[in-house]
Design a protein around this ligand. Structure first.
Ligand SMILES: NC(=O)c1ccc[n+]([C@@H]2O[C@H](COP(=O)([O-])OP(=O)(O)OC[C@H]3O[C@@H](n4cnc5c(N)ncnc54)[C@H](OP(=O)(O)O)[C@@H]3O)[C@@H](O)[C@H]2O)c1
Length: 297
């Protein structure tokens, strides 16, 4: 059994913590409220005290528009803290897993493999790519790229993700809901990511860089339609729109379908279909929103 240190307490960290506990590992999470990634002395102290075998670095400034408007903070959280953790991993002889993103790509290809050329379109993608470069130089470092994460947070804060946003818009308005239909991606249920990551951690040959998502690709419109139909809601309220007609404040990759060229990883992903996970998670969020609405009435 291993000692696993998790940075952050967001969707991926929450799922990693609960899956790792179930597998008998000793887990320590460092939520934002306890350790700000920009406070490097505190970060170093807390990690060293725990003496982890693995550092799973999930904490990141994930708000794409916020990163664009606050590039210095994005560099501090996404890149500088990653450098500090890579150095610490070296000192502590721990292995480091760094969660990264499909936003390191420019979206001009149909499918993106681990070996595909990176070219971020925005500050978020650029700062995450800088983190990747640091981790990849470190021989005990591994990069896990993922996309469209959804799942619960277990730290009492409300998670932010596409399906929760669609559920809120459906419940709070009665009109049409515009969703882009020319931006394609895989979505990733956080417990799927945790399960696949922990499986790879028991493998001597954890890849240096790996793409992990749930199984399946669609446009955001397609994912929204699937979610509403899984809950028997009116998907006719969804209106497909082109990215060109949406005023995104920050450029985003059009096509970020992550896939893998590692056969073992392809088999792992095949065991984690997105469709059922979307239905299950979306149903749970709707239930929560209905209960909140009842309390308000
Ligand atoms: N979410 C996605 O769709 C997505 C897609 C591709 C890749 N990824 C990558 O996957 C990883 C995990 O993301 P997630 O989906 O779990 O996102 P998340 O739910 O937004 O969690 C991000 C975590 O980082 C923490 N954090 C942010 N700024 C921090 C700071 N200055 N100091 C300490 N902690 C800080 C957040 O804390 P608070 O929320 O409490 O402030 C939260 O615990 C990230 O590295 C991200 O780049 C995510």
């Amino acid at each position: 059994m291993s000692r696993i240190l998790l940075t952050g307490s967001g969707m991926v960290a929450s799922a990693m913590a609960s899956e790792a506990h179930m597998r008998g590992h000793t887990v320590q999470a460092l939520p934002h409220g306890e350790v700000d990634m920009r406070d490097l002395p505190l970060l170093r102290r807390r990690v060293s005290e725990f003496r982890p075998d693995w550092i799973v670095h999930t904490a990141a400034l994930t708000k794409v528009d916020y990163c664009q408007e606050n590039p210095r903070e994005a560099v501090e959280v996404n890149t500088a803290a990653t450098k500090a953790l890579a150095d610490l991993s070296q000192q502590l002889m721990a292995r480091l897993i760094y969660f990264s993103t499909d936003y390191v790509f420019d979206g001009t290809q149909h499918l993106w493999y681990e070996s595909s050329p990176t070219k971020p379109l925005n500050i978020y993608g650029a700062t995450k790519l800088e983190g990747e470069i640091i981790v990849r130089k470190f021989f005990r470092g591994h990069v896990v790229r993922t996309s469209g994460v959804f799942g619960e947070r277990l730290d009492g804060k409300q998670e932010r993700n596409f399906f929760r946003a669609i559920a809120s818009r459906y419940m709070e308005t009665e009109g049409q809901i515009s969703v882009v239909d020319d931006q394609h991606t895989a979505v990733s249920y956080a417990p799927h990511l945790a399960n696949m990551t922990l499986s790879l951690m028991t493998d001597e040959h954890f890849p240096k860089i790996v793409h992990l998502t749930s199984k399946g690709f669609d446009s955001w419109f397609g994912w929204a339609k699937l979610a509403l139909e899984s809950a028997c809601l009116d998907s006719g309220r969804l209106v497909p729109v082109s990215c060109e007609n949406v005023n995104f404040r920050t450029p985003r990759p059009r096509n970020s379908r992550l896939t893998s060229d590692i056969p073992e990883v392809v088999s792992l992903i095949a065991l984690h279909p997105a469709k059922q996970a979307v239905a299950q998670y979306f149903g749970k969020v709707l239930q929560e929103l209905r209960e909140e609405a009842e309390i308000r009435e």
